[in-house]
Design a protein around this ligand. Structure first.
Ligand code: ZN
Length: 316
């Protein structure tokens, strides 16, 4: 297959309160809020993007905010955990930081020769900090409250909760080009072939109940397409395989297609360009509410319904 595949672009989850979300991801985890915008499909609610200094693909975690919505339930057909890569010797720092901020976490465990800490965000979303020997230096955000030597370096992988190991394996290897590398305690690890080096772990629960997507669960995972041509090739490939795939949608910071893989997880393929500097000065990302051109006419109405959100350092 001529389609190049380069790992995770972003993961999108659902939060209830946008301020609590900013306080946790920017304030505690030290990611940069790289874009404050609205859900283009539901403009009365926030879409918040976090990442490294520029919000490079592979470092981006995003949230739809659904105030007052019920909590979801983790189950099959879902991303059940999102893993962030941190430098090898940084977990001591992180445990202390999590304790200081009253974050719920489990004691560190070894998994596939890596040490990781499982934590819950304010909405109960499962996040992991995985210590990795080789983390890219990337563009660590200098304004982060976390010192650069400990900073999160990006999303290292996701765990997929699936009914069928075989179906998941088929999707990951034959469609997305992952390689099956290891198995351990009911978990199978697949590595992306591209330079991104993302992992997708599959935990198969044949009798498991399907998950419910709402607050505290992942909405979808997006894989990278380096350019529009590659995305178009992906789209054709997906259609040829009989998968229902959306038209190419303009998400302002990238272009996207969406499809549900046969196991039920919502996948997106997002282009690397144009990125978050397309409508904002790179030095001031995330500071103002940005709207795509087609929603500017509704700005006043949108601003009225959105609760104010401030960055953690803007106390008071
Ligand atoms: Zn997305």
């Amino acid at each position: 297959m001529s389609i190049r595949f380069a790992g995770i672009h972003h993961v999108t989850a659902i939060a209830e309160d946008p301020q609590e979300n900013v306080d946790f991801y920017a304030g505690v985890l030290g990611l940069r809020l790289v874009k404050k915008t609205v859900n283009f499909d539901d403009p009365g609610s926030y879409h918040l993007y976090y990442g490294d200094a520029s919000g490079n693909p592979g470092t981006i975690m995003t949230f739809f905010s659904w105030p007052g919505a019920a909590r979801g339930r983790i189950g099959t057909g879902q991303v059940s955990a999102t893993s962030f890569a941190v430098p090898q010797d940084s977990l001591g720092y992180w445990l202390e930081r999590l304790l200081q901020h009253g974050v719920r976490f489990d004691q560190p465990v070894r998994r596939f020769d890596e040490t990781m800490v499982a934590i819950s965000d304010p909405d109960g979303l499962a996040i992991e900090l995985v210590a990795r020997p080789e983390v890219p230096n990337g563009e660590v955000w200098k304004g982060s409250p976390v010192p650069p030597e400990y900073a999160i370096r990006g999303i290292s992988g996701v765990t997929l909760s699936e009914r069928s190991e075989e179906i998941a394996e088929n999707v990951l290897t034959n469609l997305l080009g992952f390689k099956k590398v290891e198995e351990e305690e009911g978990r199978t690890r697949y590595l992306s072939a591209g330079s991104g080096g993302s992992f997708a772990d599959v935990v198969a629960l044949p009798g498991g109940a399907a998950g419910q997507t709402a607050v505290g669960t992942v909405h979808h995972v997006a894989w990278r397409a380096p350019d529009d041509e590659m995305q178009e090739a992906w789209r054709e490939e997906l259609e040829a395989r009989g998968l229902h795939v959306t038209p190419i949608l303009d998400r302002n910071y990238f272009r996207s297609i969406y499809f549900r893989e046969p196991g039920g997880v919502l996948f997106e393929i997002a282009t690397d360009p144009p990125g978050f500097a397309v409508d904002e000065d790179p030095d001031h990302l995330g500071e103002d509410l940005k709207l795509p051109p087609w929603l500017e006419k509704d700005r006043e109405r949108i601003e009225e319904v959105l609760p104010p959100v401030h960055l953690p350092h803007e106390e008071g």
